[in-house]
Design a protein around this ligand. Structure first.
Ligand SMILES: NC(=O)c1ccc[n+]([C@@H]2O[C@H](COP(=O)([O-])OP(=O)(O)OC[C@H]3O[C@@H](n4cnc5c(N)ncnc54)[C@H](OP(=O)(O)O)[C@@H]3O)[C@@H](O)[C@H]2O)c1
Length: 252
């Protein structure tokens, strides 16, 4: 197990899904984990799981489309545990249906941009100054296979927002590398989170499996292991990458 001993790690959107898996794995690796979301009951359940496994966790609530709420969350974390060493800006999701561009509503467009690209920008804007002051830290952002190659069935606002996160990550990596901060991005293909397991019909799951050179769908733990590598000192000379965690699906 890679060593994140005593590091304070904030994983946004860790009340469920990929974020919850990252939080649990980081806690197993010794990090003090801040679980974040809006659903207090779900956050308490993730925190309880971590504590039952002898990990350390605290829970915070903030709407990450609102800078004032993110700032209040950061201050709450710093008062309780001190500075944030690791940020995984994971919260997000697809807020638009796949379909023809001209049928995409302005509302869905703005929701996808706000909930992914702007949310990632605002979260980093709040946490980065402390990392720069301490000349240390690592940031992981989350894109999607939807932003790795065009597809006629793509939800365009989501894909565009995630593609924006990729260049934000790389520009930032170039900006803050000289002060000792690494910034990387993970781009997962469809992951069997609780929500996707329920939402995607079985026949569609099989069709999806067939598009992967590695013939299965990804799990939240597949993404968590990649995040642990990038957050750890094993990745000390890696910055500015977009890592496909996709079973090879973006190759074909
Ligand atoms: N699952 C996939 O197949 C897949 C594939 C590629 C990329 N991704 C990306 O991976 C990330 C995690 O996806 P997931 O499937 O694990 O998501 P999920 O199960 O839908 O969970 C989303 C998480 O983000 C939080 N969140 C969303 N918007 C928020 C907001 N405005 N303020 C605060 N919290 C917010 C939710 O908190 P509450 O529910 O507590 O409000 C929840 O913890 C997302 O960025 C997603 O786009 C997912």
């Amino acid at each position: 197990m890679r060593n994140l001993q005593n590091k304070v790690a904030l994983i946004t959107g860790s009340s469920r899904g990929i974020g919850a898996a990252i939080a649990k794995l980081f806690a197993q690796a010794g990090a003090r984990v801040v679980v974040h979301g809006r659903d207090v009951a779900a956050l308490s359940a993730v925190r309880a799981d971590i504590e039952q496994a002898d990990g350390q966790a605290m829970q915070v609530v903030a709407d990450i489309t609102k800078f004032a709420e993110i700032e209040a969350m950061r201050q709450q974390i710093e008062q309780a545990w001190g500075p944030i060493d690791i940020l995984v800006a994971n919260a997000g999701g697809s807020f638009s249906r796949p379909g023809p561009l001209e049928e995409t509503s302005e509302e869905d467009w703005h929701a996808s941009l706000a909930g992914n690209l702007t949310a990632t920008f605002l979260t980093i804007k709040s946490i980065l100054p402390g990392m720069k002051q301490r000349k240390a830290g690592t940031i992981i952002t989350i894109s999607s296979a939807a932003a790795r190659r065009p597809h006629p069935g793509s939800p365009i606002p989501y894909a565009a927002a995630k593609a924006g996160i990729q260049i934000l990550t790389q520009d930032l990596a170039a900006q803050v590398g000289p002060v000792g901060i690494r910034v990387n991005c993970i781009a997962p293909e469809t992951i069997l989170t609780e929500r996707n397991a329920q939402r995607i019909p079985d026949e569609q799951k099989q069709t999806l499996v067939d598009t992967h050179p590695i013939r299965r769908l990804g799990t939240p733990e597949d993404v968590a292991r990649a995040a642990l590598f990038l957050a750890s000192d094993d990745a000390a000379w890696i910055t500015g990458i977009v890592l496909d965690v996709a079973g090879g699906s973006v190759l074909v």
